[in-house]
Design a protein around this ligand. Structure first.
Ligand SMILES: NC(=O)C1=CN([C@@H]2O[C@H](COP(=O)(O)OP(=O)(O)OC[C@H]3O[C@@H](n4cnc5c(N)ncnc54)[C@H](OP(=O)(O)O)[C@@H]3O)[C@@H](O)[C@H]2O)C=CC1
Ligand SMILES: O=C(O)[C@H](O)CS(=O)(=O)O
Length: 489
């Protein structure tokens, strides 16, 4: 049997090769496992259980049972447990970062950044736990009082993607746990180790058995069990629009509350009046964070004619200087893509654009290191009918499209079924307000390339999803509003 590669964790107990169900670490009923590999080296990191419907059913039961006690705890008691989890995440940040980089591939500095970002949701919702306020409404009849109470929505299911293995979990479970819900988490099969490590820390923080359950394995079987169960009252998903739509269908018969954070196709608009250095710096972050594997990553660069050549030259120069390699190596800015399917999609987008007249200003091919490494790539003169305009590349490719007028830029930016994130660089205040108001997206960065934060509402419109995560809006996704007409008093 293939030997597992060493994972030099300071706390080896954080490497779990089991599912967490009702406070017990267990294998799959049939003993089957899934290999977890390092995308930078192909090395076998771990084997996790290939769980299915039966194990998921037990996890749902455990969550339902645990929720009875957890919802009854005082808000400040739940808050204290979440605060402890936040502290434990910071204490174990190096190990969590190494797990993220080892199973997902992002550079270690980004992995550590993700740990801090993920922990910030736990810190935030530890505070919000104490502010799930209701209302007293002025009575509409004598002798009657009108109360509005906020109650936990119920057992939640969280199905999360491989690109941010920690943050996508805490952004969902944090608010759920804060208001007294218990949940079942299904991480991506390519990156389960971080989720399992968070399960260890949740136990250590004092989360009662069954409040946090992590089930690994067959997406279809686990998803089918979670969506079909009437006990699961909330489903929160981050991933492709295709799967999001399927899950919405599967949730319909039980009328579940859902949050969907789906695909994107972010435009990055550079106007003639932009500050060039600011625009290039913002573009580099928006494009190459997580090697381009982010739903809020800039997918299309719309550049006004007057600044086009200068911006293209600077972006190509900066892109060519990025170091590509194993995320554990010093100064690496771009790691491997998640799998060969992702690399092929990048190659197909480049080939299609070049066949339609685009030029390669930087990169353009797989990296000399081979495997899943790809050169940071800048394409100029890309035509509107190129596939890369309308499809999410999810890789380190920056296609530049030229425009002349503000109206043309807005039309091009909005010409997509998606509406998650958009970016624009300009200095004219009137232009900034006109364009941000006209853009059909849930989040807009102005002269900024990194806009994700726990304090702001994260989410999209159109095919990019439903609901908001983080901020004071995110907790509402896990609350039901109960109206009490109090008479006879
Ligand atoms: N919005 C975002 O942040 C993300 C968007 N994407 C987009 O999606 C594309 C494909 O990426 P991919 O990772 O395949 O995304 P998927 O949507 O396939 O996977 C996301 C999560 O959903 C699970 N899943 C897959 N199929 C089902 C199902 N039938 N029922 C229940 N759960 C299911 C996956 O499990 P498993 O891993 O076991 O298959 C994973 O945990 C990307 O190229 C990108 O365009 C991807 C990731 C994040
Ligand atoms: O899925 C993603 O790409 C993340 O939601 C992006 S972020 O929130 O980590 O910026």
């Amino acid at each position: 049997m293939e030997e597992r590669a060493a994972l030099p964790l300071k706390d080896p107990e954080l490497l779990k090769q089991a599912m967490l169900i009702g406070g017990q670490w267990v294998g799959a009923d049939d003993g089957r496992t899934i290999d977890v590999r390092n995308p930078a080296t192909g090395a076998l990191l771990a084997r996790v259980p290939r769980g299915g419907a039966a194990e998921t059913g037990r996890a749902i039961e455990a969550a339902e049972k645990a929720m009875r006690g957890w919802r009854g705890a005082l808000a400040r008691e739940r808050s204290a447990v979440l605060r402890r989890l936040y502290e434990l995440m910071l204490e174990h940040a190096d190990d969590l970062a190494l797990l993220i980089t080892s199973e997902q591939g992002k550079p270690l500095a980004e992995g550590r950044g993700e740990v801090l970002y993920a922990a910030s949701f736990i810190e935030w919702f530890a505070e919000e736990a104490k502010r799930a306020y209701g209302d007293i409404i002025p009575q509409n009849m004598h002798g009657r009082r009108i109360l509005v109470q906020k109650a936990p929505v119920g057992v939640f299911a969280a199905i999360t993607p491989w690109n941010f293995p920690a943050a996508m979990i805490t952004r969902k479970a944090g608010p759920g746990w804060a208001v007294g819900c218990a949940g079942v988490i299904k991480p991506a099969s390519q990156t389960p180790l971080t989720a399992l490590a968070l399960g260890v820390l949740a136990e250590r923080a004092g989360l009662p058995a069954g409040v946090c359950n992590v089930v690994t394995g067959s997406a279809g079987e686990i998803g089918g069990a979670l969506t079909a169960s009437p006990v699961v009252r909330k489903l929160s998903f981050t991933g492709s629009t295709e799967i999001g739509a399927l899950l919405l269908e599967q949730c319909a018969p039980t009328i579940k509350r859902t949050s969907m954070e789906l695909g994107g196709n972010a435009p990055f608009i550079v106007f003639d009046d932009a500050d060039l250095e600011t625009a290039v710096a913002a573009a580099m972050v928006a494009k190459y964070r997580n090697s381009g594997q982010s739903c809020v990553g800039a997918n299309r660069f719309l550049v006004q004619a007057g600044i086009y050549d200068r911006f293209a030259a600077r972006l190509a120069g900066e892109s060519a200087r990025l170091r590509v390699g194993d995320g554990t190596e010093a100064d690496v800015a771009v790691g491997p893509l998640i799998d060969d399917k992702a690399v092929r999609k990048v190659e197909e987008h480049i080939a299609d654009a070049v066949a339609k007249g685009a030029c390669v200003a930087a990169g353009g091919a797989r990296h000399e290191r081979g495997g899943l490494f790809f050169q940071p790539t800048v394409l100029t003169g890309v035509p509107r009918d190129a596939a890369i305009f309308s499809e999410e590349t999810f890789g380190p490719v920056a296609p530049l499209f030229r425009f002349d007028t503000e109206e043309e830029a807005i039309a091009l930016a909005n010409d997509t079924p998606f509406g998650l994130a958009a970016y624009l660089c300009a200095r004219d205040a009137g232009r900034i307000f006109r364009v941000t108001e006209a853009l059909e997206f849930g989040m807009i960065g102005v002269n900024e390339g990194l806009i994700s934060t726990e304090v702001a509402p994260f989410g999209g419109v159109k095919a990019s999803g439903l609901g908001r995560e983080g901020s004071r809006y995110g907790i509402e996704e896990y609350l039901e509003t109960k109206y009490v007409a109090l008479g006879g008093i």
